[in-house]
Write a protein of this length. Structure first.
Lengths: 275, 412
């Protein structure tokens, strides 16, 4: 009698086991179908995360905007930082563009500057929970200030410290206006993260008017225009004849923290080691 | 389950001690509300968070509250999936503690984001590649699961006598308990560890970037979550002088937590060995050297996280000399909770203190972070802790958290 009872219990557990196993297997299959299969709502969103529907029509994949910064030429005048701060109306305590002194391991000093590097595999784009920051097809990493929830994960994730949060409503007067330019974009509201855009408003308006960014000043980022020694070049990395492509072809270049695999669109010509 | 005996004698509400406790909680919540108003009107500028340390005390509270609520999914899985029915008397309490923990975390999170008015964006604008998006979704779904799991308990209140259909519906829902436990287990295994992955996936942060981060987060949560429910049961028993959950069950939970803590300690030990010794890299070494020089990192790690957070509770939970006396179990649970909070704080603030270095030169690196919470941050923290304690107090007073399971089951 007791043996029979035990057998029933055994069968019950086996059934449960099968049910559980079946559920688990079913979940795996469902997950596969839903994430990579034909039914997947995500199938359009692969690796590179190009969100075509959000990119303006004028941004086309014929372009990949990039910058070359020649550290050998840079004299540390900070004109780029000032022009950027005026044009984009950036607060003085959290500049988009930084210029700092640095030196090589042999003690040779140089000036290092850094805009947003517009990474092609950008950690900030990966981590944003709401796609408030995303890639355009022309390589730019853009912010949607109307969508950002202000969680600041992108700021934590950026390897280059290129993102700044608006902790308060801006009430300051921008000391760089009008000496270094006038504000061409509105101030960002309180509670969102902001970053360098490669002066996207100039690029888009310029292309719409038949100008070429990097060649025509009206379509070129303010920092590039302001540089008195031509240490910054801007242009289309996909065009082998553009200034940036030529500079990369004819000089040794490096990108910041290449080992992270972020694929920045900003190339640096390193300073020469002098004795 | 269908016939439920409501407590015949209602606990006294107007004892001086209870009123004083309520007054204290009201004060905490009042301070919290004033601070929250300040933050909402003036912005996060009144916190001490900065662009170098953009996360601080509030994130620590989020992470801790969710980890401490992990008893809900752990004990649900133990009872409904592993069918260890003797643990049934504590499931309701554990789910309630989990609910309080998760709502506390969401409250704090809403204060922490720059645009609280856009809290709903992750539900509408999806970035399936973001670990934070996954966490938001999992937490939301798990909160819904806990509400469904908990509906029968709420509808047992005399208030619902007038809607018998609702009660029947809630009890029908309760039949889904095993399915809910399974889904809850899956979702919790995802987000409890993803909270660690939030840090662990960031390639540019030397002392965060490691695959052990999510493992340590979930192990510590599974270990300590049930112990929190255990401690709440004991404290309720002391303050109301009524039996809550059989003591042998509570002791068994403590032993489970003790073994969980040992597993956590094991992974933590290997993490330490791999990161700082066998697999050390110059960047990580520099990071830790800087932390030890400029912050009490070593003290926080060894004394608070390891000794107070792991060693003491593990001894109290596992040694039969201690675990037969409830007071040691409660003290052990409190120590383990302190350990959880300290580990979440250490991860967040230490990782942000180590500066980023990205220049091709050797001199320049971003400024190292420094952070201590501001008054407004402490105020909001006090408020949400007051909220959590008030919810626990009211729930334990008014909800039939301990009547759900027939006592015969617990004796088997």
């Amino acid at each position: 009698m007791s043996q029979k009872k035990q057998r029933i219990t055994l069968e019950l557990t086996r059934r449960d086991f099968l049910v559980l196993g079946g559920t688990a297997a079913g979940s795996v299959v469902a997950a596969q179908v839903l994430t990579t299969g034909v039914l997947s709502p995500f199938s359009g969103l692969k690796q590179r995360q190009v969100t075509g529907d959000e990119a303006p029509e004028k941004a086309s994949s014929d372009y990949h905007w990039g910058m070359v910064i020649n550290l050998e030429k840079c004299i540390g005048c900070e004109y780029c930082q000032r022009a950027c701060s005026a044009t984009n109306d950036v607060a003085s305590d959290k500049p988009w563009n930084i210029v700092v002194e640095d030196e090589l391991d042999n003690g040779h000093g140089f000036f290092f500057s850094r805009p947003c590097l517009q990474c092609q595999d950008a950690p900030c784009v990966e981590v944003c929970p709401v796609q408030a920051t995303y890639h355009r097809e022309d390589g730019l990493v853009v912010m949607d200030y109307d969508r950002c929830i202000g969680c600041r994960y992108c700021e934590v994730a950026c390897p280059y410290d290129a993102r700044k949060f608006n902790w308060a409503e801006r009430t300051d007067t921008n000391a760089y206006i009008p000496t270094w330019g006038i504000a061409e974009v509105p101030r960002r509201p309180r509670g969102v993260v902001e970053k360098c855009t490669f002066c996207i408003h100039r690029i888009d308006a310029g292309l719409a008017n038949g100008l070429m960014p990097g060649v025509d000043r009206e379509a070129t980022p303010a920092c590039v225009n302001a540089c008195p020694v031509g240490a910054r070049l801007f242009g289309n990395l996909k065009d082998p004849n553009s200034k940036v492509s030529q500079a990369i072809a004819n000089n040794p270049t490096l990108r910041l923290r290449e080992e992270l695999g972020t694929e920045p669109s900003v190339y640096y010509i390193p300073p020469k080691k002098e004795a | 389950m269908t016939t439920v005996a409501l407590p015949s004698k209602k606990p006294a509400l107007r004892t001086p001690g209870f009123l004083a406790w309520l007054a204290f909680l009201a004060l905490c919540i009042l301070i919290g509300l004033v601070s929250a108003y300040q933050v909402l009107s003036q912005g996060l500028a009144i916190t001490n968070m900065s662009n170098t340390v953009p996360w601080g005390l509030w994130i620590t509270i989020d992470l801790s509250a969710i980890a401490l609520g992990a008893g809900a999914f752990t004990l649900s899985a133990i009872v409904y999936l592993l069918r260890l029915k003797r643990f049934r008397p504590i499931v309701r309490l554990a789910v309630y503690v989990g609910f309080v923990g998760y709502t506390t975390a969401l409250l704090t999170l809403v204060m922490d984001i720059g645009r609280p008015d856009r809290f709903w964006h992750p539900w509408v604008y999806w970035n399936v590649h973001s670990v934070l998006w996954e966490i938001t979704w999992c937490i939301t779904l798990y909160l819904i699961i806990m509400v469904i799991e908990f509906m029968p308990v709420v509808t047992e209140l005399p208030f619902f006598d007038r809607w018998p259909r609702l009660r029947v519906f809630a009890h029908t829902l309760h039949k889904l308990a095993p399915a809910l436990a399974l889904i809850g287990l899956g979702i919790s295994l995802l987000h409890q560890s993803s909270l660690g992955a939030t840090y662990g996936i960031l390639r540019s942060r030397p002392i965060w970037f490691k695959p052990s981060m999510p493992i340590m987060f979930i192990l510590s949560a599974v270990a300590v979550g049930p112990a929190v429910a255990m401690a709440v049961a004991f404290i309720t028993e002391w303050s109301t002088k009524r039996k809550t959950v059989p003591h042998d069950v509570l002791r068994a939970i403590a032993r489970f937590s003790g073994f969980g803590l040992l597993a956590y300690a094991y992974i933590k030990f290997w993490d330490l060995a791999a990161v700082t010794y066998y697999g050390r890299s110059p960047q990580v070494n520099q990071g830790f050297a800087m932390l030890n020089e400029q912050t009490p990192y070593g003290f926080g790690f060894w004394v608070v996280e390891v000794i107070i957070g792991i060693a003491i509770p593990a001894i109290f939970f596992l040694s039969s000399r201690f675990n037969r006396q409830p007071v040691y179990l409660v003290v052990g649970a409190l120590c383990a909770m302190i350990g959880i909070v300290a580990s979440r704080w250490n991860v967040t603030v230490s990782g942000l203190t180590v500066p980023l270095a990205y220049s091709p030169g050797v001199l320049y690196q971003a400024a190292p972070g420094s952070y201590a919470p501001s008054l407004a941050e402490w105020g909001v923290a006090l408020g949400v802790i007051g909220y959590a304690l008030l919810m626990l107090t009211l729930g334990l007073r008014f909800l039939p958290l301990f009547n759900g399971a027939p006592s015969e089951e617990s004796k088997s």
